[in-house]
Design a protein around this ligand. Sequence first.
Ligand code: UD1
Length: 419
Amino acid sequence: MDKIIIEGGRPLTGEVRVSGAKNAALPIMAASLLTEGWNTFSNIPDLMDIRTTRKLLQSLGVVIEGTSGTVRLNASEISNIEASYDLVKTMRASILVLGPLVARLGIARVSLPGGCAIGARPVNLHIKALQEMGAEVALTDGYVEARAKRLKGAPIYFDIPTVGGTENIMMAATLADGVTLLKNAAREPEIVNLAEVLNGMGARISGAGTDEIRIEGVERLHSVEAEVIPDRIEAGTYMIAAGITGGDIRVMDCNPIHLCALVEKLRDAGMIVEPVDGGVRAAGNGKIRSVDIKTLPHPGFPTDLQAQMMSMMAVAEGLSVITETVFENRFMHVGELMRMGADIHIQGHSAIVKGVSALKGAPVMATDLRASASLILAALAARGTTELSRVYHLDRGYQDIEKKFSALGAGIRRVSGSS
Ligand code: UD1
C-alpha cells in the first residue's frame, strides 16, 4: 500500500487549483439514471469514489465515456436494478442510485452502504421518505429493496437535514406523480448543483439551497450538459494549509461563498482571507489564535473540515473547543494528532485542544478521508518527518493531493510499499 512521506516546516506559497466537488459529482452522475440519451458532465474530479461510481453505474447498464474531466453517461438501457455489496461497501454514496432507479424503473435493490467509519450513518430517512411516496420497502440480506409502480408526490419532513437523503428523494420526486415538498431539507451547495442539473433535464424543482424544496413531478426527463461546482472541502483544506504553515497561497477555482463559515473562523484565527480574481488568497503569519468550532449542517461549519481545523488549533495560541454535532464518531484523528505531540482531550462530543508550540513528525495512520487530510496538514507544520499510511482513504476524495502540495513548496512525496 502507498505511503505519503512529509518533511514539515515549510511555509506554502503559490497557486493551487481546486478540482470538481466529489460530493456534487456523485449525485449528478447518479442522476443520469433518470434519463435516456447522453448526459455530458464537466469538471468531474479524478478520484477513487468517482471510479467506484462509474463501476456501479456500469454494472446497472449505464454506458460511460471518460473517467474524469468531461464524462458522458447514457442510461438509455438499464439492464440491472441491483447495486451489489461489493461495489457499495466502499462508498456510502452508492445509496444515491436508489431514488433514481425506483423513480425510473419502479424497482431497485441496493446493498446497505459502508463508507468512512465515522459513525453509524443509517439510511432510515431515505427509506422513510420513499415509503411516504408510496414505495414498498423491504430490508433483506443486507439489501434495501424498494418497489413502486409510480412514486407519488408527498410532503416529507426530515428529522435531520440529511444531504444524501435530500438528494436521493429530490431525484426520486422528479418523476413522481404530483408535488413533493421536502421540509428541513439539507442546504449544501452540492444540493443546489444537483437541482440545477435536474432542472436542466426538465425537472421542476424550486427552493434548493433553502430548507424547503418543492418538486413537481414530470412524466420524463431528457439529457443535459452541466458542470460540477468546485470542491469546497478541498479548497478549505488548502486554505487551512496556508494558515498552519504560515504560508501565503491563492486557491483558484473556488467559490468563497460556499465557505463562509470557514472563512470567518480563519479570519478570527488571525489569517488573511480575501477574494482574488477567480479564487481566494489565504495567508497566515505564523501566529494562530485559537477559535472554537461547532460543526453544523450548511451553512454552518462543515463537519468535513473539522479534522483539518483541529490540526490548525493544535498549534494555535490558547485553548480551542471543537464540537462535532453531525457525526457521533468523528474524532479518530485525535489519537494520531496526539502521537505528533498535540494536546487534546475528548469530552463527549467536544475535543478540547490546547495549542502546543510545535508538532513533531511521527508515523501516523489515516483512519478516514478527512482525518487523512488533517494528518497531512499537521505534518506540513510539524518538525521532522511524518509517514502517513493507509492513504487509500485520501485517494477517495483528494485529487493529486501530494502533487498539489508539492507545487506549493511542501516536502511531500508518495512511495509505494506494504503498510
Ligand atoms: C454527506 C457527504 C459527507 C458529509 C455529510 C455531512 C456526500 C457524498 N457525503 O454525507 O461528506 O460529511 O454529508 O455534511 O455528499 N442520518 C440519519 N439517517 C439517514 C441519513 C442520515 O440518521 O437516513 C444522519 C447521519 O448519521 C448523520 C447526519 O444524519 O449523523 C448527516 O448525514 P448526511 O447528511 O445524510 O450525510 P451523507 O449524505 O452520508
